[in-house]
Design a protein around this ligand. Sequence first.
Ligand code: MG
Length: 292
Amino acid sequence: MNAVVIKEVGPRDGLQNEKENIPTAIKAEFIAALRKSGLKYIEITSFVRADRIAQLADATELVALLKERGLWDHPESYSALVPNRRGLDQALEAGLQEIAVFTAASDAFTQKNTNCTIEESLQRIAEIMSVAIPAGVRVRGYISTVVECPYIGKIKPEQVRSVALPLLEMGVYEISLGETIGVAVPDEIAALLDCLLEDIPAHRLAGHYHDTRGTALLNVFRSLQYGLTTFDSSAGGLGGCPYAPGAAGNLATEALVYALERSGYRTGVSLPDLREATGKVQGFVSRPLQMI
Ligand code: MG
């Protein structure tokens, strides 16, 4: 009872914000150690163009290395972000059984990040879905800027719902609600969930809350009261925040595991083993990672 699913996004969402190039072998060791800690779901990379995110340009090599090292025995534990049809083809070729697609609740944000409107991003996702679903690949959907956009400010919950519903209709099994800039407080998350849960069951929603201003755990605990049981986090808080240099980005998995377990929730994750995993990449990032 009271089980919470933690979706580890460190190897992708975390590392993509780190400047120094991390060797593929270290990434494989990191992923192996994350698995050993008990994490059952890890977003391992993104099949993006090398000129977009150099850090993740080794996606195909990374999967090959995981297979070579006997770390592909539970491929259902792995996911990879896919921006377009080309990325999907590469992910399928590599043998991914789950992918993640992304859009945002703000046109200004999608324009700045992917050079398209929300509508155009949904069309791109529909194209991905039309191949992924018949291929038996599970698809998770990210919506960024669910509370506030760094370019246009506050986002209305109804706007988030208007993006979430078509994603679910297309066959996305779960929506990860990205509080991208880490400004939200629990009452704002509550207002968002009040709106979304009118049409969407709680088990199809996940919280992806950033900790830029120290509010991520507060938002997780408010979400638990609404019946959400899946949360994204990043080992050691890997990732930083591109909108607030020096500040935290992703919620640290260590902090999430600690707070949940101490509150009586079961995560299945061992903190000492998690620390060991974070230790694998600490030497490659410029700031101290959170290893409680
Ligand atoms: Mg994130």
